[in-house]
Design a protein around this ligand. Structure first.
Ligand code: 5GP
Length: 190
């Protein structure tokens, strides 16, 4: 059967475990890759340029905006984040599906502009679980945490606009749900 290559936008509040889910999803599927975004924020401990993000300066980012290098971009927490058109189109040309781990605004913008887009919102089992994961990461100042908390509410209000909502209460079951929705969407020809 013919399958379509998808652009899978995965969003959800900070600390919900998107990163782990995406790593697991792409680990043993060579036809499913993660898009590496550009950002102007500083790398966190252990993050490498070209792996988690391409870390670039504000000037470079603004030149990229002018040149139309981004499918979408957004500014939050005082930094720019954007999806590189060349990266995504390059992967699609190789018949790979691409996961975009981007925020709510970005996902909805991609959905409007591109074809074969599936949007998935990852929700925490409870507000308490999210708070403890966020704090457990230990990489943010109180001020940064407060900004992220405020953002969570906004993101939740937008979750209704997603094609799917997956609750991440158990890694294996969330992964199972994601794998099966991806497989189902690949075989739906629109
Ligand atoms: P973090 O700083 O925790 O890596 O990411 C902060 C937020 O930026 C997250 O919600 C993440 O999904 C979002 N983000 C990461 N890359 C992009 C991107 O390319 N575009 C948009 N719009 N958001 C992004």
């Amino acid at each position: 059967m013919m399958e379509r290559d998808l652009l899978i936008c995965i969003s959800g509040p900070s600390g919900v475990g998107k990163g782990t889910l995406v790593k697991e999803l792409t680990r043993d599927d060579p036809n499913l890759v993660l898009s590496v975004s550009c950002t102007t924020r500083a790398p966190r401990k252990g993050e490498r340029d070209g792996v988690e993000y391409f870390f670039i300066s504000r000037e470079e980012f603004e030149r990229g905006i002018e040149a139309g290098d981004f499918i979408e971009y957004d500014e939050h927490f005082g930094n720019y984040y954007g999806t590189l058109r060349s990266y995504v189109e390059g992967q699609l040309a190789l018949h790979r599906s691409v996961i975009l781990e981007i925020d709510v605004v970005g996902s909805l913008a991609v959905k409007k502009q591109m074809e074969n887009v599936v949007t998935v919102f990852i929700a925490p089992p409870s507000a308490e679980a999210l708070e403890s994961r966020l704090k457990g990461r230990g990489s943010e100042s109180e001020e940064q945490l407060a900004m992220r908390r405020a953002r969570v509410e906004y993101e939740f209000s937008k979750s209704k606009e997603y094609d799917y909502v997956v609750v991440n209460d158990d890694l294996e079951s969330a992964l199972g749900e994601l794998r099966s929705l991806i497989q189902k969407e690949k075989t739906i020809l629109r």
